[in-house]
Design a protein around this ligand. Structure first.
Ligand code: PHE
Length: 347
């Protein structure tokens, strides 16, 4: 092509005609983009010429302007048409190349699992139900009478020192242990015997260190009937340990004190990590302090609406988080509540 030629009423220079032909033939999006920049970009050839129209002699401006605008429209039309075609073809090509198999199963969704405290809780529940105890739930927001007074802990009792908690408008507070369930379950049973119940749930204390969280969980059992003695307590608690830990754990019992049981007995289990030889977890004692228990105090039995002259019973309680820490080898209770996947994924 040498001289000017006509296309859709526009007089074209040879170069312009060649560019239009190239636009119609371009085989890739990148090439079309390059042509667009070269001709229609901010410093493109058509753009520059349009900008220069104002410097032409007045009688030439109109024709030159019209010609360039028509050329620009023509180029845009061509580029757009070809661009759509190239994009469609590229997509088809990619679909073939990537062998997209829509029948393949999708990536499996991430599945969570139960928290170690929940798993421990369920194991305890299963064990207690197997032993014939039924679940009785009490409120987490307790009143002072059920949490303290009914359990032989009047206002100035020194035992309250270990039970500092979060107070709500009187007489309410967040329960410091599950023991208020003793009186609540007795009252609910209305004198029926035997009473064989357990509870499991959240408790609160003003504590915060590696082995004490301000919110923790306890499990507690209660058995009340005619003629119940310390021998029954020992037999049942031993069986609970067997159910929960499996095998025949080595146990040690010590006299202790709780205001709501008399006598009171604490239970230690031989450390499962070192087999009794002493380690960091058992603080070189060879034993782990696990469970508090005792014969229910006559005052508590009376508060529950039973006659302590006629019936007797025992209660035992322990920390669920504590058991979870042992079962999963966790040395800081706070780790259980931080929802850190780096920890949870290991358990
Ligand atoms: N409630 C006691 C505590 O929190 C544990 C306990 C329960 C003791 C039942 C005796 C009987 O420390």
């Amino acid at each position: 092509m040498t001289g000017p030629e006509e296309l859709h009423g526009v007089t074209l220079l040879a170069e312009e005609a060649a560019a239009l032909a190239a636009m119609a033939d371009a085989s890739s999006v990148a090439e079309l983009e390059r042509l667009r920049v070269e001709w229609l970009g901010r410093r493109g050839r058509v753009t520059e010429q349009l900008r220069a129209v104002g410097t032409l002699p007045a009688d030439q401006r109109r024709t030159a302007g019209q010609r360039l605008n028509a050329l620009r429209a023509l180029m845009e039309k061509r580029l757009d048409a070809r661009l759509a075609e190239c994009a469609r073809r590229d997509l088809e090509q990619r679909l073939i190349e990537e062998r997209l198999d829509l029948t393949l199963p999708s990536a499996p969704p991430a599945v969570g699992r139960l928290h170690p405290v929940t798993r421990t809780r369920r194991r305890l529940e299963d064990a207690m139900v197997r032993l014939g105890f039924s679940l009785f739930e009490g409120p987490q927001v307790e009143d002072e009478w059920h949490n303290f007074e009914a359990l032989n802990m009047p206002a100035e009792h020194p035992a309250r020192e270990m039970h500092d908690t979060f107070y709500l408008p009187p007489p309410y507070l967040l329960r410091t242990h599950t023991s208020p369930f003793q009186v609540r379950s007795m009252k609910a049973a209305q004198g029926r015997l035997p009473l064989r119940v357990f509870t499991i749930g959240t408790t609160f204390r003003r504590d915060d260190d590696p082995t004490h969280a301000p919110q923790f969980m306890q499990m507690e059992g209660l058995l009340l009937d005619v003629g119940i003695g310390l021998g029954h307590l020992k037999g049942v608690v031993r069986q609970v340990f067997k159910e929960v830990f499996g095998g025949d754990p080595v146990l040690r019992i010590r006299p202790s004190f709780f205001p709501f049981t008399e006598p009171s007995v604490e239970w230690d289990m031989q450390c499962t990590l070192c087999g009794g030889s002493g380690c960091r977890v058992c603080q070189n004692t060879g034993f782990l302090e696990l469970l508090g228990s005792g014969m229910v105090h006559p005052h508590v039995i009376r508060a529950g609406g039973y006659d302590p002259e006629l019936v007797s019973g025992f209660a035992f309680g322990w920390g669920v988080d504590r058991l979870a820490m042992l079962a999963y080898g966790i040395d800081d209770i706070r780790l259980l509540y931080q929802n850190d996947l780096r920890l949870l994924n290991q358990l």
